[in-house]
Design a protein around this ligand. Structure first.
Ligand code: SAM
Length: 232
């Protein structure tokens, strides 16, 4: 038995690669994007009333993690990548039908375009459906999850004078909270848990059209070295 689904829109996101995307939504409020709706949903009538809603559920495809062979067990990065759990006990990207879900903040509604923040989705992600968040039904006050019981602990972050200046300039050019985006994403320490970084080792990621470079001067501390515009 199989069913066909097709996207209602494509997300234009600040995240241009999988590395350094927060592991869940809401962890980086400065992470923004625009969901561009596809025909026939680009007609304003499809979003009529949505301006009364603060948050939406996005159901989407992990389009860069699709696999032919389903996995029964996965090794979530949060557990250091060395503990296997049943696929249905995790929110890992390797899933039977490649479907992700995130609650994100709805900043602005326009015909054919939803402006979102607090996202954890890659640029180009196909969105399959959008549903309003309904607090009375979606907040489960006595819920618990002993595998993921709190947000990942934040690590210390410092800026080189040059990088901070560059980030502020780029924030002005893009009209985006670039300093906050970098701080919120890097403080979650995107480095794979199995890697112990040396101070010499350089890391980098692209946010918007910016290349962000950093290193770990000591364990548990990130220093942002450079924020430069990607060569066209
Ligand atoms: N909140 C969603 C969920 O629970 O279904 C996503 C959780 S998943 C652990 C979050 C990770 O998915 C991000 O850190 C990012 O690396 C990855 N990701 C986001 N969009 C993706 C896409 N379109 N294809 C593949 N991986 C993606």
């Amino acid at each position: 038995m199989s069913y066909r689904v097709s996207p209602v829109g494509i997300l234009r996101s600040c995240f241009k690669e999988k590395f350094a995307i927060p592991r869940q939504p809401q962890l980086a409020p400065a992470a923004r994007g625009v969901l561009e709706l596809l025909p026939p949903f680009d007609d304003g009538s499809a979003v009529a009333g949505l301006e009364q809603v603060s948050h939406v559920w996005l159901l989407f495809l992990f389009h860069q993690a699709l696999e032919d062979k389903p996995r029964l067990k996965v090794r979530p990065p949060r557990l250091g990548g060395n503990r296997a759990l049943g696929v249905f006990a995790t929110r890992a990207t390797h899933r039977p039908n490649g479907i992700g879900q995130s609650v994100v903040k709805l900043e602005k509604v326009e015909p054919g375009r939803l402006h979102l923040s607090g996202i954890d989705l890659l640029d180009g992600t196909p969105v399959l459906d959008i549903k309003p968040y309904v607090p009375y039904a979606d907040i489960v006050s006595d819920a618990h999850n002993a595998i993921a019981d709190a947000p990942p602990p934040a690590i210390a972050l410092e800026w080189s004078d040059t990088a901070l200046l560059q980030a502020r300039e780029q924030a002005q050019r893009l009209g985006e909270p670039v300093v906050e985006l970098i701080e919120q994403c890097l403080a979650q320490d995107p480095r794979p848990a199995y890697q112990t970084p040396t101070p010499e080792r350089r890391y980098g990621v692209q946010f918007w059209d910016l290349q962000v470079r950093w290193h770990y001067p000591q364990v548990g501390c990130i220093r942002v070295l450079e924020v430069v515009r990607e060569a066209a």
